[in-house]
Ligand binder design. Structure first.
Ligand code: DAH
Length: 339
């Protein structure tokens, strides 16, 4: 019996198999109930008692070796399969998930592109500003309510240092440094001391446009506004200008566009008026030009400013402003753009 065991021991460590079927056949040959090793186990009863110890140990060794070899063959087969899967060059590639742009970035870029096509270039300024650039130079009277603590975040206790409440401050900085012609747009973040709700936030984004040259008229402003509205909201869009007041423009106006949801017929979104307000604008006040070192007798200009969140809402109907700053992937993933 020992001879038989030794023979099988030599055999099992060399068995080969190329498929799962072959491995199974080997298992049946050696280890199944009627397999060679099982039969040896059955015969073990008949071994003389003085040999039982030696034969028993050998038999166990054989059984373990056979099992180990079968496991080894199985593993090799599995590994081979994965390796060949990995180098299957005909298989389609895994899709690589790409990030999406933030909706405010998409709309900001769209606005800037429209103005760029009209020859405007981009200007930027600091978010931490001083009173002069945000208010005084822009003709805000000392007691103007916008200077109130309610609206403005001041940095420490110095009332001269504050977070800009509008991007009009960039106008001031550019006019101080540059003589006309000036044709700029200024996108950026602004801050106001507001309670956060679905329709107000303590920070939001604006785009400001400014054009200063000789003989710039309100008609030029109106034409640019109409072009912008049609490019942004579609060729059928109509605009209307309502008289308004801003310290830094005279005359001042607010622009409405025909409601892009109902097409002007009236719906809950436009409160059944057919119009929605989108921006403020006007002819730059002569005091502002003079404050910034531009001769108001020689030059005139127009300015306009709009909230990017507002335009984004009109395009994408986002109902709650807070979505824009919560970084919820489920919200952000819904926006795709070619940019
Ligand atoms: N700065 C104004 C605001 O934050 C928006 C604005 C209105 C900008 C009229 C302008 C303008 O340039 O002419 O509400």
């Amino acid at each position: 019996m020992l001879d038989k065991i030794n023979k099988l021991l030599a055999e099992v460590s060399h068995i080969k198999a190329a498929s799962a079927d072959e491995i199974e056949a080997i298992r049946i040959k050696y280890l199944s109930k009627k397999g060679e090793i099982s039969e040896l186990m059955n015969d073990f009863r008949n071994v003389a008692s003085d040999q039982k110890r030696e034969v028993g140990m050998k038999l166990n060794e054989l059984k373990e070796k056979a099992q180990a070899r079968i496991n080894e063959l199985k593993e090799a087969l599995e590994n081979n399969n994965t390796v060949s899967d990995d180098i299957d060059l005909t298989r389609t590639a895994y899709p690589i998930p790409l990030g999406t742009r933030h909706p405010l970035s998409i709309v900001k870029k769209e606005i800037c592109d429209i103005f760029r096509r009209l020859g405007f270039s981009i200007a930027e300024g600091p978010e931490v500003e001083d009173d002069w650039h945000v208010f005084s130079a822009l003709n805000f009277a000392d007691d103007h309510p916008a200077r109130d603590m309610q609206d403005t975040f001041f940095i420490s206790h110095d009332p001269q240092v504050l977070l800009r409440t509008h991007t009009s401050s960039v106008q001031t900085r550019v006019m101080e440094k540059t003589q006309p012609p000036i044709r700029i747009i200024c996108p950026g973040r602004v801050y106001r001391n507001e309670a956060i709700s679905y329709r107000a936030h303590c920070f939001f984004h604006q785009v400001e446009a400014l054009y200063i040259d000789k003989n710039v008229s309100f008609a030029d402003l109106r034409q640019v506004l109409l072009y912008f509205a049609k490019e942004m909201f579609g060729a059928d869009t109509k605009i209307r200008l309502r008289p308004s007041y801003f310290p830094f423009t005279e005359p001042s106006a607010e622009m409405d566009i025909s409601c892009n949801i109902c097409g002007g017929k009236g719906c809950p979104f436009c409160k059944h008026t057919g119009w929605v307000e989108i921006l403020g604008c006007g002819m730059v006040h002569p005091n502002v030009l003079d404050n910034c070192g531009i001769d108001s007798k020689e030059y005139t200009g127009y300015a306009l400013g709009m909230g990017i969140e507002r335009i984004t809402n009109l395009k994408y109907r986002v109902k709650d402003l807070r979505y824009f700053s919560e970084n919820d992937k489920r919200f952000l993933e819904q926006f795709e753009s070619a940019y």
